[in-house]
Design a protein around this ligand. Sequence first.
Ligand SMILES: NC(=O)c1ccc[n+]([C@@H]2O[C@H](COP(=O)([O-])OP(=O)(O)OC[C@H]3O[C@@H](n4cnc5c(N)ncnc54)[C@H](OP(=O)(O)O)[C@@H]3O)[C@@H](O)[C@H]2O)c1
Length: 286
Amino acid sequence: MTLPTSTKDLKVGFVGFGTIANAIAVGLGIHDPSSSASNSEVSFSHLHVSQRSTAKSQALLAQFGASRVTVADSSDNRPILNSSDLIFLCVLPEQLEAVLSSLTFDPSRHTLVSLVSTSKLDGLIASSKLPPDRVHKMICLPSVATHDGTCLLVPPSPPLNSILEILGGCVQCDTEDIMTKLMIPACLMGPYYAILKNNRDWLVKMGVPVEDASYFVGRTYLGIAKDAEAKCRDPKGFDDLIEEQTPGGINEQSIKNLEKLGTFENYDKTMDGILERLQGKGPGDV
Ligand SMILES: NC(=O)c1ccc[n+]([C@@H]2O[C@H](COP(=O)([O-])OP(=O)(O)OC[C@H]3O[C@@H](n4cnc5c(N)ncnc54)[C@H](OP(=O)(O)O)[C@@H]3O)[C@@H](O)[C@H]2O)c1
């Protein structure tokens, strides 16, 4: 059974089994292709995981049982490769070179997906000696464990995409440059929380009890985010939501006021700064 031609009864291996590997493994493990909610044909016959981070590997074994999970019985990664088709490489950047040079991949069997943030496709291809269409870089957050993550994958691969869709969603990127640019909204998580805090603090200043302010702000933005998520597969979805705001109403006025104050221009400048930093071209300050 090999990728990239089939996603049935996949044997999946994890080299390195820390935070992100564990999240991916749990997300794949809880996938049930027979459930009526699933429209995916992808199925996993076995997860082979590194013994490293023993607490996490043992917890995975306890959760899914020995019929679906094997924990390597030494810190040698070779048995994981020998038993798997799809390999997720999940070590820290400083461990990458040593780990890759200790592994021998089978070009007719293995597909390598690196989660290592600093890894580059060229380097991964050279070190693994795998054909370029069997080497990928992926970015995701630990929320893939509950199928709430959205993965970035480069280069595109329809079979891998259908696997990653299980974890919550996937955007296939044509180039590493596009993948870098797509990372920027995830770097605006801090500012998003800062907006919630700002709203809460303003309400408190206006005399609203802090518990009510915090609860109401959090729940209100959740509802707003759900409406946006429901429309996000439509490229014009966000424009439609803005268009739906009552003409002459307060929401429309709020957008105009923020435009007049340069808020969205400042967001653009902040995103330019993030890109500069991600590309290593500067400190990212505005
Ligand atoms: N955490 C995230 O949200 C996240 C998101 C996206 C990408 N990433 C990337 O994913 C990679 C892993 O991050 P992480 O947060 O999961 O780190 P982590 O929790 O520290 O996991 C690293 C894992 O690598 C293992 N390891 C170290 N040397 C090894 C070796 N020679 N052979 C096999 N395993 C070895 C460690 O085992 P021991 O514990 O036994 O040392 C540990 O299980 C990083 O490159 C990071 O940039 C992380």
